[in-house]
Design a protein around this ligand. Structure first.
Ligand SMILES: Cc1cc2nc3c(=O)[nH]c(=O)nc-3n(C[C@H](O)[C@H](O)[C@H](O)COP(=O)(O)OP(=O)(O)OC[C@H]3O[C@@H](n4cnc5c(N)ncnc54)[C@H](O)[C@@H]3O)c2cc1C
Length: 382
């Protein structure tokens, strides 16, 4: 590679932008491909944009001039033709390529009037919803995960009558145990109806029918049922990275962000880590700062999954979790006195090690326990 290697970064989300700026700073000639027509933006703010609580212009990660000043060629062009043998993407030569294509909303194959179903994953999705909602309208959110809950809360703040429908028995992917009741009360106090334990059987022209026969009328239907990684056409199978972020088995192709599914340990099955801005940024930065030397044969790009909290706050409804919330061998102990019915704080223990946190209604005290949980869960050095 020359002193100014050509690096193609495909996908201008949190991982791609972070990688592009660090690579440009390190002297690379960076082309950043974005298949969205707008400036790269802070994705979590899309929910606020959709319900009129944030302006689309205000969520850009960086102003346009920052890309030009850093020497980054930001191209609003989908990367569709990757030729790893020739090392070209859309016909442009690269020395190394960073795949940072993120993920897209997953929509189950619904029966009935499936065309009524909206998703909220891109700015285009958010602007579409923004044009459709109005106070008094009924919104059903399919999916009671954290993103679905946030959407319902923000819709309620905007004056919509929101309902959450979750096929599983509990909200937040069943990760909350007894703490869920506290979260439910807080959500219901905002006028939001919650139906758990029954999936969608059919999309009706003006509502949905659940598997248990109940029907729910609505004006707007939002599906928040998880996401799947974005591949480049013809290369969907190459999404799994080794622990060193090299996309096996393509030479000179590295992955970062939601698209990078990494095995937890050597020879382990790949797994889908939580989708997170922080994780994408950390991976992007690691690639940005170390790719040039690693690619030249100096050093590696070893990645170990960080232990990151999941945080949600809309008004006074808060949910903060961390670590292991599901293993069968955990013991849960509350660390609040239970006097405030709006608050739940508990620590999950494995033996005498704190390994998980469930905080509802407040964040007070979370950071101190976060540190302890991260220390307990940190992988021992090899
Ligand atoms: C509504 C919403 C709320 C969220 N809230 C939170 C939150 O509160 N906290 C949190 O940590 N995480 C949150 N997330 C998850 C978080 O946004 C993602 O984990 C993060 O954006 C991943 O970053 P990324 O760079 O991997 O991918 P992305 O941010 O998805 O960016 C990938 C980009 O690549 C583009 N792309 C795909 N294919 C191509 C191609 N072939 N050519 C060119 N461009 C392409 C995509 O269009 C996209 O612009 C939220 C996600 C959503 C959708």
């Amino acid at each position: 590679m020359s002193n100014h290697p050509a690096i193609a970064v495909v996908g201008a989300g949190h991982a791609g932008v972070e990688a592009a700026f660090a690579l440009a700073k390190g002297g690379a000639k960076v082309t950043l491909f974005s298949d969205e027509p707008c400036l790269p933006y802070f994705r979590p703010r899309l929910i606020a944009v959709a319900f009129g609580q944030a302006e689309p212009d205000a969520i850009a990660i960086k102003p346009r001039k920052a890309y030009a000043e850093a020497g980054i060629d930001l191209r609003h062009e989908a990367a569709t033709a990757l030729d790893p043998a020739a090392r070209t993407v859309n016909g442009r030569a690269y020395d190394a390529l960073v795949l940072a294509t993120g993920s897209h909303a997953f929509v189950p194959p619904f029966q009935g009037h499936a065309a009524r179903v909206h998703t909220l994953w891109t700015l285009a999705d958010a602007l579409r919803l923004r044009g459709l909602h109005a106070p008094g309208k009924a919104l059903t959110v399919i999916g009671g995960g954290v993103l679905g809950i946030e959407a319902a809360l923000r819709a309620a703040e905007a004056g919509l009558r929101a309902t959450i429908v979750e096929a599983a028995a509990g909200l937040a992917s069943g990760s909350l145990g007894a703490a869920e009741a506290t979260l439910r009360r807080a959500i219901e106090a905002k006028g939001i109806a919650i139906h758990t334990g029954s999936g969608v059987a059919e999309i009706l022209p003006d509502g949905i029918r659940l598997a248990d026969g109940r029907t729910i009328a609505d004006d707007l239907l939002l599906c928040s049922a998880g996401a799947r990684p974005n591949g480049i056409p013809g290369h969907e199978d190459y999404l799994v990275t080794r622990g060193d972020l090299n996309v096996a088995p393509i030479p000179a192709v590295y992955a970062a962000g939601d698209v990078a599914l990494t095995p937890r340990a050597e020879n382990a099955q790949p797994y889908t880590p939580p989708r997170s801005v922080r994780r994408a940024q950390l991976m992007g930065r690691l690639l940005g700062e170390s790719l040039l030397s690693a690619h030249a044969g100096h050093g590696t790009l070893r990645w170990s999954e960080p232990i990151l909290p999941q945080l949600m706050k809309v008004g006074d409804v808060e949910l903060h979790t961390l670590g292991d919330l599901r293993s069968a061998d955990l013991q849960e102990r509350r660390v609040d006195d239970g006097a405030d019915p709006r608050v739940w704080k508990s620590v999950l223990w494995r033996g005498d090690l704190p390994v998980g946190l469930r905080w509802v209604g407040t964040r007070a005290g979370f950071a101190d326990w976060e540190k302890r949980v991260c220390e307990s869960l940190a992988e021992p050095s090899p």
